[in-house]
Design a protein around this ligand. Structure first.
Ligand code: GLC
Ligand code: MG
Length: 588
């Protein structure tokens, strides 16, 4: 998969010569709520604890909805809140129709939805279709081959080794969290497939009963008033069909790593990105649209998690005859930088990679972090967090923020002993930092007080990040300028600017490591973002980028260390930029 992605990048790099990239865009039409939305991801376990057990919960979230309102975001996506043994912190669900007791009750959830509605905030839930927990009644019944549940999961006899006579897993397939994707079940005397942890058996989507059951899950939460779903882990939803003898093919060695436990050790040709997966998402879209047709109300949305190559990802949007997901997540600002490092031309390439592949008439989106990646401030460097927030807010389409990005929160330090993430725990003390996702999941920082204002308890489920005394909501609201204030100004600008909502885009990386992003709309002010990704001071001439850019520009928003002044007009022909300085300017 890595190889494929690299190849794709290469092809694109050759295909797009340097210089300006111009994208036409939809003209000024009325847009549905989600097309210009700011989505905010809440990791419930780490957002706000209301009962002192050191674990975030629903009442905690409800008590902080006004914070989201104040940020100006449109919708909050909650990572899973369903009943779960918490092996993968909620992504292993034992009851898709109820709430994890640590997080609260269904009544608490209803109160959350009610309060959100009062504040005109939308709530999106995480939908985890690929697997359940092994503690789900479905799995227990399937183990016992109970009627109707026999084929709920992907069961297989395995193979008998002709030399040793021993039973072996059906294939060499590897799970995401290191090691074999097959687990032997003593009781049923078969292997089951788990693309994630052993405790996360894969549901069998070739069984229509499973397909129906998961649609029931969607309808159930739509009836509870949610405005859509972030759909988890789509690439492994389907595996290739077995051959006539019921055998699956092995994957081949990819060459991407020497570590034979790491999923990247093998290709994922047969276990990811199958065409049936695309079709399933189209079916879910029908469930959502039907719900709206029957009950009225706002559109509800599907946001798709996929780290797949563009040829696969873009199909989720739908085709000429079928609507698909509203938004397959665009992780290019994460993945391209992970592979090549942060600089202006790599950012340009990440933007190209999405906009040049997106089918016409669809909505783009921009993501710089989530609960699976190190925090944006740590990955890009603290000095670039405003620049990255500027990018997601001024690029066309939808912005997505992971909790804490608005504050510039950095990774927590988690020792091997403190690591609880299965991806980390399945490795060892020497390499766990490459895998553990705990550093990005430390408690949200509300204040400089005890437990960063996250919890009144004696301890928190993960330790706090070191910098909570300076990086927190309370502090950043009182500072004259802060990452939080910059973030809020960006959201406000997106909401008021017709140009950012509907304008066309032109962008370019200069030879000096500066990225220029210009958004224009007839009879509306042009917005220009200028970001110096380099470590040297530079002067840019914006009239080189756009010949009509000769009049002075007014500064609207600046990164935290910039010494310029909002409201001041600057000459676009000699715009000086300090290292890491990022500016948003306007023609008005
Ligand atoms: C997704 C989630 C991740 C989880 C996995 C399995 O990638 O974002 O946190 O571990 O799916 O559900
Ligand atoms: Mg709690």
């Amino acid at each position: 998969m890595e190889l494929l992605r690299l190849l794709l990048l290469l092809v694109l790099a050759i295909g797009t010569s340097e210089g300006c990239q111009v994208q036409s865009s939809s003209s000024e039409t009325t847009k549905d709520w989600w097309e210009t939305a700011q989505f905010y991801q809440i990791y419930p376990r780490s957002f706000k604890d209301s009962d002192g057990d050191g674990i975030g919960d629903l009442n905690g979230i409800t008590s902080k909805l006004e914070y989201l309102k104040d940020l100006g975001v449109t919708a909050a996506w909650l990572s899973p809140i369903y009943t779960s043994p918490m092996v993968d912190f909620g992504y292993d669900i034992s009851d898709f129709f109820d709430i994890q007791p640590e997080y609260g009750t269904l009544e608490d959830f209803r109160a959350l939805i009610k309060r959100a509605k009062e504040l005109d905030l939308k709530i999106i839930l995480d939908f985890v279709p690929n697997h359940s927990s092994n503690e789900s009644v479905w799995f227990k019944k399937s183990v016992k081959r109970e009627k109707g549940y026999e084929d709920y999961y992907v069961w297989h006899d395995g193979k008998i080794n002709p030399e040793t006579g021993a039973r072996e897993p059906p294939t060499n397939w590897l799970q995401y969290f290191r090691g074999s994707a097959w687990e032997w079940n003593e009781e049923r005397q078969q292997y089951y497939l788990h693309q994630f942890a052993v405790q996360q058996p894969d549901l069998n989507y070739r069984n229509p009963l499973v397909v129906d059951q998961m649609k029931r899950v969607l309808r159930y939460w739509l009836n509870e008033g949610v405005s859509g779903f972030r759909c988890d882990a789509l690439p492994p939803l389907f595996e290739v069909l077995p051959d006539a003898d019921g055998q699956f093919p092995d994957e081949v060695v990819s060459g991407a790593t020497e570590d034979s436990e790491d999923r990247d050790y093998l290709t994922t040709t047969y276990i990811e990105n199958q065409p049936e997966t695309i079709d399933m998402v189209y079916q879910w879209r029908t469930v959502l649209d039907d719900h709206k047709r029957i009950y009225g109300g706002n559109s509800s949305v599907l946001l798709i998690e996929t780290y797949s190559p563009a040829w696969f990802t873009m199909q989720f949007y739908g085709n000429r005859s079928t609507e698909g997901a509203h938004l397959p997540f665009n992780f290019n600002l994460i993945t391209v930088m992970e592979q090549r490092g942060l600089n202006a031309s790599n950012v340009q390439e990440a933007i190209d990679l999405w906009l040049n592949n997106m089918p016409a008439g669809r909505t783009a989106n921009w993501v710089i972090g989530n609960h699976d990646k190190l925090r944006a401030s740590t990955r890009y460097g603290k000095e670039h967090i405003d620049a990255m927030n500027i990018l997601v807010m001024i690029l066309p389409g939808v912005s997505v923020t992971y909790q804490g990005e608005e504050l510039g929160m950095t990774d927590g330090k988690i020792s091997w002993e403190q690591t609880v993430d299965p991806w980390g725990c399945n490795s060892n003390a020497d390499i766990y930092e490459k895998y553990s996702r705990d550093p990005a999941r430390t408690p949200f920082q509300w204040t400089s007080g005890a437990n960063a204002g996250f919890s009144d308890g004696n301890s928190t489920w993960l330790p706090l990040a070191d910098d909570y005394q300076t990086v927190n909501v309370e502090q950043e609201l009182s500072d004259e300028l802060s990452h939080l204030k910059i973030y809020k100004a960006l959201v406000a600008l997106r909401k008021s600017s017709k140009t950012l909502q509907n304008g066309s885009i032109k962008y370019q990386a200069t030879a000096d490591n500066v990225l220029i992003v210009q958004r224009s709309l007839t009879s509306s002010a042009t917005i220009v973002g200028v970001i110096n990704f380099g470590s040297a001071a530079v002067t840019v001439d914006l009239s080189q980028f756009d010949k009509s850019r000769t009049e002075s520009l007014q500064l609207l928003i600046r990164s935290i260390d910039s010494t310029k002044t909002e409201g001041t007009r600057y000459d676009p022909k000699t715009l000086s930029l300090d290292p890491a300085e990022a500016l948003v300017l306007t023609t008005e």
